[in-house]
Design a protein around this ligand. Structure first.
Ligand SMILES: [Zn+2]
Length: 106
């Protein structure tokens, strides 16, 4: 993904992630987009989010689900009970349906 069109799409996607982050009240220090084989996205404890480039072609609801899931990980790093509570609060606030049982997210 090196064309101008692709980098525009990535920048638009980054803006989308930043808007969700502001809505949820977390800060994503770094937002990366790259090819990933088995996952939609991942979050590092240092606040770096990495998204599968294939997500850019998914429908808006799917993107929101993955983005918000990863943003919750900036608050709760694992899939334990606290992530379930946070997920519930966040999905209510953000108006999206979240599932921490969804495969392909970490
Ligand atoms: Zn997760």
């Amino acid at each position: 993904m090196t064309s101008v069109t692709a980098s525009d799409a990535i920048e638009t996607f980054r803006d989308e992630v930043r808007r969700w982050a502001a809505r949820i009240g977390v800060e994503a220090r770094e937002i990366r987009v790259r090819a990933m084989k088995r996952k939609w996205a991942s979050a590092s404890t240092a606040g770096r989010l990495t998204f599968n480039e294939e997500l850019l072609g998914q429908r808006q609801e799917r993107r929101a689900e993955v983005i918000v899931h990863e943003l919750v990980h900036l608050k709760v790093g694992n899939h334990g009970p606290l992530s379930g509570i946070w997920s519930g609060l966040t999905s209510e606030r953000a108006g999206v349906r979240l599932s921490f049982l969804n495969p392909g997210m970490s």
